[in-house]
Design a protein around this ligand. Structure first.
Ligand SMILES: [Zn+2]
Length: 559
């Protein structure tokens, strides 16, 4: 079935509740392991149905945030979603406490009970209403961003359309486009601040209802983090400050020399090549065809996977008005297939986003027959290894997109990844401060961000562009609104992706074997175990960045 033909339906919460009670009654009444297993499988099929509907609604709404039907479905999802969480947790709790737990472990493995323990620690029926309110606020943020229309160069542009000019070779154009973007944010400042303030207060309130001092431990549970804690994360951030921040400083010097700019301003930082960063040499349809050739060269399974994605209409790549910004991949179990969403705007970032989301897509597809839905995806820290590593594993094929400028792309890609490390760590540090100080005012939050910039991205200069200069740049980071603490997962995963990059330079085939293996592992293991299976060093080991920082330095600044 193609995505266009897919019209999933969903039980109302009353029917779903009755069905869940039926499963639990059958599990209780069962007289043997086979019957108990059948009951759990029936429940898993219901979960897969809700996940399919949820993903479909999210895709449709993201494809057109102005479509009233899509919006009505999204509103419905926001309302009913927390009820599903309550019902799922009822089963998770019953199975966790069951005298037959050991028997279920023999079949599903023990890890699923660790996942469920985290889910149960982040939920009580008492917060169900708050969760519905939280989803509604996030939708409001998405609509605000999706509705962005800024006139520039005679066109009404959305976020992706405007971002294209961030790397324009003409410095005035870079400045003007930034000025317009942040002017738009200034116009909507009160709405951004109100949405975020409501989210922080709501999340703090939920954490208190669950018995936590603040949202941080609850946020970790919601991120399904296992095997490390806040202290490990803080040490990792310090490591980044020590190893990555000086390298970014060196990069900025090289960049300003290359561009012939004495004082690099914030609006110059996305441009690495003086004549303009290399862009893909064709439109979305052309890129999709090149991608097919790329996957055929890289891995047979990936090639057939990508052909399937194309044949079934599971890609929406080009930017359009009303489309939600950014890129993502989601999975529909009832289609046994993922969906890739992007906002191609003709820049090199299109290729980066594409290979990234294709990594997520290939991983979830590799786990489409997992014994339980919770094993289809790993937690985000693990999932981003699959996506970010594929960005690097596809390097040998970048000539297909950039022709004789592929080397420039590779250099820029690594440079961009390097600059993200301190930025991502900073976003994480910022969120710890936000949720440790839930009563801070919006103005105080902007001050917190500004203070952290000194540590993580020193020398950032926004000149007379007031909004980011006043510490409000983070308002354009959707993760801070929709999924607190997600931001660090990119940095954690990046340290592993760079290890894949290093390995692939001497042994691409071996790297791909390991890659496919952890894609198949999917959600069956927590982050530290995925890293171990990949044969990589953990980001929580002291000195974990030494080798990859040295390799990055050699590549970016050859002597
Ligand atoms: Zn990702």
């Amino acid at each position: 079935m193609s995505f266009g033909e897919f019209e999933p339906t969903i039980m109302d919460n009353e029917a779903y509740g009755a069905a869940v009670d039926g499963v639990l009654a059958d599990f209780e009444a069962a007289t043997n392991a086979q019957e108990r297993r059948a009951a759990v499988q029936r429940w898993d099929e219901m979960v897969r149905q809700t996940v399919s509907w949820e993903s479909w609604v999210y895709i449709r709404f993201s494809q057109d945030t102005t479509d009233p039907v899509a919006k009505a479905n999204k509103d419905k999802l926001d309302r009913v979603g927390p009820g599903w969480v309550a019902l799922e947790n009822k089963v998770k709790q019953a199975l966790s406490q069951s005298e037959h737990r050991h028997e279920v472990e023999q079949w599903l493995g023990g890890h699923v009970f660790d996942i469920w323990a985290g889910d149960l620690a982040a939920f009580e029926p008492a917060i169900q209403e708050d969760m519905a309110q939280e989803s509604k606020l996030v939708s409001e943020y998405m609509q605000l961003m999706g509705g962005m229309k800024i006139q520039f160069k005679g066109k009404d542009l959305n976020y992706a359309g405007l971002m294209k000019f961030r790397e324009d070779p003409d410095r005035d154009v870079r400045y003007e486009s930034n000025k317009l973007l942040w002017g738009w944010v200034a116009q909507h400042q009160a709405q951004f601040d109100r949405i975020f303030d409501d989210l922080v207060k709501l999340r703090h309130g939920m954490a208190r209802k669950l018995g936590y001092d603040n949202y941080i431990p609850m946020g970790y549970h919601r991120m399904k983090r296992a095997g490390y804690d806040q202290h490990d994360v803080a040490r990792f951030r310090d490591e980044i400050v020590a190893k990555a921040v000086p390298l970014v400083g060196k990069l900025r010097q090289v960049q300003s020399q290359r561009l012939g700019i004495e004082k690099l301003m914030a609006w110059d930082t996305s441009l690495y090549s003086p004549g303009g960063n290399p862009a893909p040499k064709g439109d979305a349809a052309w890129m999709s065809a090149q991608a097919q050739t790329m996957f055929e060269g890289l891995n047979g399974q990936m090639a057939s996977f990508y052909k399937m994605m194309n044949d079934r209409g599971l890609l929406d790549l080009e930017t359009r008005d009303g489309k939600s910004p950014g890129g993502f991949c989601t999975f529909m179990p009832d289609l046994a297939a993922p969906f890739i969403f992007a906002n191609f705007n003709g820049t090199s970032n299109d290729v980066r986003v594409f290979t990234h989301e294709a990594g997520h897509a290939f991983q979830s597809w590799s786990c489409r027959d997992a014994s339980i839905m919770d094993y289809v995806w790993p937690s985000y820290d693990g999932a981003e290894i699959h996506s970010m590593s594929l960005e690097f594993l596809t390097w040998p094929f970048m000539d297909l997109f950039f022709g004789d400028r592929a080397d420039e792309f590779r250099w820029n890609h690594l440079a961009g990844g390097l600059t993200f490390m301190p930025y991502g760590a900073m976003g994480d540090h910022f969120q710890h401060e936000i949720y440790a100080n839930p009563d801070a005012s919006p103005a105080e939050r902007h001050e917190m961000w500004k203070a952290l910039e000194e540590k993580y991205i020193p020398g950032t200069n926004w000149g007379d562009i007031e909004v980011p200069a006043a510490g409000r740049r983070w308002l354009m980071i959707p993760h801070l609104f929709h999924t607190p603490f997600y931001f660090l997962d990119y940095v954690l995963a990046y340290t592993c992706a760079l290890q894949f990059w290093v390995l692939s330079q001497s042994d691409l085939e071996g790297a791909m074997e390991r890659y496919v293996e952890i894609c198949r592992l999917g959600g069956k293991a927590p982050f530290p175990k995925i890293v171990q299976t990949a044969g990589m060093r953990s980001p929580f080991e002291a000195g974990c960045l030494d080798e990859i920082a040295a390799a990055t330095e050699r590549f970016l600044f050859p002597s």
